[in-house]
Structures are given as structure tokens and as C-alpha cells.
Design a protein around this ligand. Sequence first.
Ligand code: UDP
Ligand code: MG
Length: 325
Amino acid sequence: MVAQRSDITVGMAVVPVVTVVAPVYNEEETLPHFYRRVIAALEDLGEPFELVLVNDGSSDGSPDVLLRLHQRDSRVRVVSFSRNFGHQAAISAGLEHARGQAVVIIDSDLQDPPEVIPELVARWQAGAEVVYAQRATRAGETRFKLLTAALFYRLIARITAVNIPRDTGDFRLLDRAVVNQLVALREHHRFMRGLSAWVGFRQEAVRYERAERFAGATKYPLRKMLRFSLDAITGFSYAPLQLASTLGFALAGISLLAIVVAALLRLTTGAIVGQASTLIMVLLLGGIQLIFLGIIGEYLGRIYDEVRGRPLFIVREVLEDGERR
Ligand code: UDP
Ligand code: MG
């Protein structure tokens, strides 16, 4: 055992205590500043650390910046995807490559201030196994984003059994035990902040002020945000499926009543309920049925993705330990 351990340490000088994992998608302008601020925050800790930067198929100059950072500082390890696989896949790859005893996930656009990291680490050293950073304020977000985010977290809290903390992003620290559990989960449509609540362990919150993006624009347009919310909902709840039966029972009940009312009207006043209302009812029911077919389709498509068993991401290149592979 002892011999084995020293073998590992020879290969890479020092085993890091803290790994910082950050997904990178077209952040060339921000990266040098991100690097500087993360390093400053980590050096204050006085523990060995490493940075695992996952290039999620960037199409700007980010790969060159990452290469330069790696060449300058061997603590920077770079994992490059073969194309854009998405934010959540990039985080998963980062967790897989992390070697630290504690892993901090942080966005590389500087919206999550790296200066909060020492506070997360202090909580971990005091015994917490998941320390999530909870946004007290959010600067520079549109009204629309704030409103939809607020609605989203409240909806998720209502319809899921796991307790996903409100107003948290992926900015958090995970103990090695938690990371190992998360890496073992291979589901495709990953909602990491949900999964990291689902695995349990001792969870604690740290409040922070969320900053504006340092440069560039959000990589989450409305379409992607909707996909992301659907992944979160389908990944943690059957509520949309169950809504079909609830609504079905309600409509069946109403139509039974309507039969009685129509029969009574026919017998007493001789009135016949008109054609227009029949047509409206047919369209209404057709519409409701199509909506629920669509909802079933959302679940079905995800089952299909799981059954095919394709990898979550494809790594093209890794820069680490002075090697390119
Ligand atoms: N990101 C990524 N792949 C993507 C989209 C985003 O790796 O397909 C990264 C991005 O570089 C950033 C983080 O994920 O570090 C969060 O993305 P963004 O800031 O665009 O989201 P927002 O903060 O606007 O929700
Ligand atoms: Mg951002």
C-alpha cells in the first residue's frame, strides 16, 4: 500500500488537496482573469491544489489560452471535448478527472467569485461534505432571467422529493466521497445540482453575492434554459405524467355531470346543446391529449438516450503532467 502511494506521488509531484473544476465554453477574454483570481484565492489556503479546466468545444481562442496557462503552470490540467457537449457534461468530466480530496465546481465566466472558495474549504475542513454557495443577490441579470429562475426553483421544490436548495447554481464544494458517488452516476440528462442534493451527505450553505459576467454573453439562451429545466424536472419528478391522470379523472367527472345536465335540459325544456360547444370540447380534449403525448415523449426520449448508452462526452485531448494525450 505504502509503496503504491509513493509511486503515485512520484509521477505528479504533489497530490492536491483541493481541485477546482471549471467548464469553459468560449471564454477567451475571461480566462486569464479567472486564472489569476482563482490562483490568488487558492494560494491563500496554503494547501496543494490543481485546476481542471474543461474545454467544452470552444470555437474562439479559448483552447490557445488554456494551452498557455497549462504551459506556464503545471497545476493547470486541461480536458478538451471533441465538440460542445454542454455545461453539465463538462462539469461531469471535470469531476472524473479531479484528483483532490475536495472538489470545487465554479463557472469560468467569473459570475461565481473565486474569493468565496476559501470559505467553502473552511466549511469542508470543519466537517461538511457538500458546501453549496447560495446566491444572496445576482448582479447584471435581466428581469426575465431572475423571474424565470425564481419560478423554476419554486416549481422544482414543489414537485420533487429531493430537497434541491433554492437559488444555488453549480458553484459548490464536494468531498471526495461525494465526487466518487456522482462520478458513478452515468445518467445522460444530468442536472448536477439536483444529483448532488440527491446523493445526500452532510450539506451546508454559504451565502454570496453573484457578480456580473466578466465578458462575453451568456451561453444559455432561452431554448437551452428550457431544455435544462425539462432535464431537471424529468430527472427528478413524475409529476407531469401524474398530472395526466388527475386531469383525466377531473374531466371524466365533469362529463358525467354534463350528461345528467344535458338529459335534464332535454326532458324539461327540450333544449339540445349546440354544435359549436361539441366542436370546442373535441378540440379542447384533442389539445390536452396532444400535450400529454408530448410530455410522455419527453420521458420516452430520455429513456431512449439511456438505453442507447452512448458516452456522456468524448474527450479529444488531455493536457496534464507535462504531457499531451
Ligand atoms: N458552458 C459550457 N458549455 C456550454 C455552455 C456554458 O461549458 O455549452 C460554461 C460557460 O463557459 C460558463 C458556465 O458554463 O463557465 C456557465 O455558462 P453561462 O455563464 O453561459 O450561463 P449563465 O451564467 O448565463 O446561466
Ligand atoms: Mg454565467
